[in-house]
Ligand binder design. Sequence first.
Ligand SMILES: C[C@@H]1N[C@@H](C(=O)NCc2ccccc2)[C@H](O)[C@@H]1O
Length: 448
Amino acid sequence: TIALQHGAHRIGNRTDADMARWRSLRFGQFIHWGVYAIAGGEWNGKVYNGAAEWIRSWKEMPHEEYDKLYRQFNPVNFNPQQWASQAKDMGAKYMIITTKHHDGFCLWPSKYSKYNIAASPWKKDLLGPMIDAYNKAGIDVYLYFSIIDWNHPDYRPSLKNAADSAAGKRFQVFVKNQLAELLQRYPTIKGFWFDGTWDASWKNDGAFTDELEQYLQSIHPGLVMGSRLRADEKGARHFDSNGRLMGDYEQGWERKLPEKIEDVHGNDWEAVMTVPENQWGYHAKWMGHVKSANEILEMLVKSVSLNGNFVLNFGPKADGTFRKEEQDLMTNIGAWMKVNGDAIYNGTYAGFEKQDWGYYIRKTGTDSVYMVVFNMPVSGNLRVKMPARTYLTGVSMLQNNVPLTPELIGREEYFLRLPNKQSDVPVVILLKTSTKEGNKEGGNFEKA
Ligand SMILES: C[C@@H]1N[C@@H](C(=O)NCc2ccccc2)[C@H](O)[C@@H]1O
């Protein structure tokens, strides 16, 4: 291994209570909200094909035009209690809010940048009421913070000379001040979700990223922060030059999921996902494929089955309301979660051989294994192959406890058949297992 001062400081996953809590939540709501929602992906009658929150970088959008938009930011329909209530109904257990995106506009009245909500017609802090409402609804809050800040005079993508380096130093102080300010103002937040750390100016100062992470932990112990904040002293990001994960979980799963358990290398990880193909902030005209509730549920279940968290993104409008497609999604996902949430919360990798019909999820630390069925076979036979030294002692439908009688088709291998083959939502079966043979009353299941 290479001697590193600013690589990973920990072998393996965090085992403390704050991290265990993060791991147990499994399902989060991402919210991208800011002045870009005013433009909504359009300008002067033209539609921007990129991600709506990047519209300032569009050649058709003059910077000085974008930089005046905050004067119109007045979310008169913002109702944080309603936001929190619909997130709770969806079954989200944590929420990540954009405090400041790449454009540098702060949703809180920051002492360190004038480009903030106090300068808008709304004037008032948006983060405080949001965090309070979500916490009251039993939902933890994490703060998204973009290191890239197109508004700040000292931001540089790269440092080419002494003047750049002096600006870079001032910018690092600014970042540290804003993060400490957010922790001081919002003490109940559980962590940071850093973004915009790919520029050379940031990743070439691994020492600073390391010191910053340690500083934040020192003033707010237990914070959960992903791998995107750090670089090691050789500029390696997410994984240090020895291939070890930096930060508390792998944060690179953005609009993509791992396929199999080997892809996550035993690390904690989280996927963040858009409803349309690639829009985080509000875009008036969603282009391309818009994911259905069942598609989202499959991503959530697949993530948990591979020991990860899944966060679904929403882009509220400038007035503080959510578009109908997003409201309907929250309702439909919530209806399934209300019945089947037991298979998601505290879920983890089950250690069973993957089958075509769907995914296995183990309730962490227990012998309970859930089968979440997405692909009903024409035969109606759901194959279950028990792992070595693991025995099946009970099978029932999660939603109504109706027991199923498995058909033994081989050594510790079964076919299960559902009472009703038709379903337009995923179906969950609960397997009771044991590592001691013959635990089921009268031994294990015998040949039918
Ligand atoms: C969570 C998303 N991250 C921002 C983004 O720019 N992603 C594009 C990107 C993703 C990975 C490496 C570089 C750039 C998007 O604007 C969202 O905030």
